[in-house]
Design a protein around this ligand. Sequence first.
Ligand code: COA
Length: 161
Amino acid sequence: MLIREAAAEDWPRIWPFWHRIVAAAESYAWDPETTEEAARDLWMGPAKRVYVAEDESGTVVGSAYLTANYGGPAARVANAGFMVDPDRSGRGIGRALAGHLLAEARAHGFRAMVFNAVVETNPAVGLWASLGFTILGTVPEAFDHPRHGRVGLHIMYRALD
Ligand SMILES: CC(C)(COP(=O)(O)OP(=O)(O)OC[C@H]1O[C@@H](n2cnc3c(N)ncnc32)[C@H](O)[C@@H]1OP(=O)(O)O)[C@@H](O)C(=O)NCCC(=O)NCCS
């Protein structure tokens, strides 16, 4: 598997799984009916560094973005987002993307990484914990989950030194 910076031409390969994941409304606090154009701005807007994971055949199987979570004097705290094609989940792609993004964040001078809204029922919570993230707090009952009802949103953090 190859992880590389994304080009604008990669978007049509990201959109099918982006749409599937957001439409499922289980893991992101974005409108499940987000249009393709709005989705591209959310994922690939000018403030974002975007990466894709490709399998051996060159198929895009996952994507991630890196950005500053805050501005001004707090701009050294990063935020990142991750999506793996649900047909390819559970094969280590998400863990590889996360390792790559942590290294990229360090390389670009970020001192810490924060996830603002990790749905508490998301199995990804365990992935982030295994990578050194801690839960700073939880906004209770913030997210209407289609199967679990009202669930909390974790704010997760790790230092990058
Ligand atoms: C979260 C996500 C990026 C993980 O990618 P992935 O390629 O499926 O994850 P990996 O195969 O690298 O698994 C990493 C670990 O997380 C756990 N895990 C991740 N997703 C899981 C799932 N859906 N069910 C069970 N375990 C899961 C695995 O146990 C695995 O542990 P291991 O490495 O010790 O075996 C991917 O499932 C995804 O895109 N989910 C929808 C969007 C999302 O939730 N993004 C994160 C928002 S905070």
